[in-house]
Design a protein around this ligand. Structure first.
Ligand code: HEM
Length: 404
């Protein structure tokens, strides 16, 4: 403990320092962290200082109250989004995720440009293709009576949707899955660097190609569109494509897997949604609340306080949607899943950076559940299975064996 205390800045009260916060890069658990770790964290202080929560085992503040997280999302005077993900810096480049790492006032122009990407009309046009993809995955295992849901569906389905959107060949699916694993699920920094390099190099190649021959896909959209009357530059285009890659694959995989795990473990909810499919969209909102898995970060740029604690410029602060959505001060029965409630959760963030792809993510989940219900009889977790959960950067099951 002494070695750790030495690195703690003077403004951090010692009683808030945690070197044993459970969510650490590379850590896994066979528990369900939503039912064990999350309630336990809510019994502690309203904000703690973890010595190793930020990528690279660096320290970060971790607030857990919904109202604090909402205020933080809105407080762009004291907190910046710039550089919250390590990827560009790791490969020696200096682009930002567009628009996730852009602060106001510049952020507004990017959002104005990108908001039309996932309108209901555009989603409608994608619907048949997304449904067809879901069916193709399910067809491969439906007669077998069992599947390993993570590898046979949850991890691959959102990649195919992404490849279609970006106009990239579906044959690249396995390659993208490997890159995504290196980048997001490796505790070895060398792997993360190499994975990032592969993705960025590949995206640059395709951007160059689309400049010469634009087609009807999101990369061509980026190449064709203008911002402040000029075309997007190379850094902006890579930041935009990389944001869709990092924002739209693993998040969807993870959420679908928790939704399916919940239904496999709760036959009454599964039965009800099978009989009343029209309830699926609302039930999903409760699943999003209870199983929010994403944590991003902000960097303090001007001294301020959160819950009376001083936060200094340079400090990292976590934005754990997982905790805000289960804050006992904000929610009635926060740890129960009640598919009849209409939760105003912040799984897709809050304020100006609220998730651009949320309508697509929701549609992917609705389609996945509808197609699973249509193709399979009631499913449950395989007897004796041990489900291993990765804790950082996203609470994601590694395996999910189902039988029916
Ligand atoms: C269930 C799935 C998803 C979850 C839980 C999720 C969650 C989030 C969160 C929490 C943020 C805010 C990040 C921050 O400001 O710190 C965000 C932003 C964003 N997400 Fe998602 N996301 C999901 C799916 C998607 C999909 C499918 C796409 C694109 C295809 C996408 C694209 C984006 C983009 C571009 C931003 C940046 C928005 C901005 O800064 O204005 N996300 N998402």
């Amino acid at each position: 403990m002494n070695a750790i205390l030495k690195q703690i800045p003077a403004h951090v009260p010692q009683h808030l320092v945690r070197d044993d916060f459970p969510f650490i890069m590379g850590a896994t658990t066979a528990e369900n962290p939503f039912t064990t770790m999350v309630p336990a964290i809510h019994q502690g202080p309203e904000i703690v200082y973890s010595t190793n929560f930020y990528p690279g085992h660096q320290p970060a503040w971790i607030p857990r109250r919904l109202e604090d997280l909402q205020a933080l999302y809105q407080d762009t005077e004291h907190f910046s989004s710039e550089g919250f993900s390590p990827f560009a810096r790791l490969i020696g480049e200096n682009w930002n995720l567009v628009p996730a790492e852009i602060d106001p006032p510049a952020h507004a122009a990017y959002r104005t440009l990108l908001n039309p990407l996932f309108t209901p009309r555009r989603l409608q046009a994608l619907d048949d293709k997304v449904r067809q993809s879901a069916r193709e995955f399910i067809d491969k295992f439906k007669a077998r009576g069992e599947c390993e849901f993570m590898s046979e569906f949850a991890l691959r389905f959102p990649i195919v949707v992404f490849l279609d959107l970006m106009g990239l060949p579906r044959e690249r699916m396995e390659q993208f899955l490997e890159w995504e694993n290196m980048l997001l699920h490796s505790a070895d920094i060398e792997h993360v660097v190499r994975g990032t390099r592969y993705v960025v190099d590949y995206l640059r190649e395709v951007i160059d190609e689309r400049r010469k021959h634009p087609v009807d896909d999101l990369i061509s959209f980026g190449v064709r569109e203008t911002i402040d009357g000029r075309p997007l530059n190379d850094n902006e285009l890579i930041g935009f494509c990389f944001n869709l890659f990092i924002g739209g694959l693993d998040t969807v995989s993870t959420n679908i897997s928790w939704q399916v795990r919940h239904l496999a473990e709760t036959p009454s909810d599964q039965q009800r949604l099978r009989e009343q499919r029209e309830l699926i969209p609302n039930a999903l909102e409760e699943f999003y609340r209870r199983y929010a898995a994403v944590t991003t970060f902000r960097t303090c740029i001007k001294t301020t306080t959160v819950r009376g604690v001083t936060i200094m410029p340079g400090d990292k602060i976590a934005m754990p949607t997982t905790l805000a959505n289960t804050d006992p001060a904000a929610w009635d029965r926060p740890f129960d899943v009640d598919i009849d409630r209409v939760p105003r959760h912040i799984t897709f963030a809050y304020g100006i950076h609220r998730c651009l792809g949320a309508p697509l993510a929701r549609r992917e989940s609705v389609i996945a559940l509808e197609e699973l219900f249509a193709a399979l009889p009631p499913f449950r977790i395989k007897e004796g299975a041990e489900i291993i959960i990765e804790l950082v950067p996203i609470l994601q099951p590694r395996n999910l064996p189902l039988v029916w």
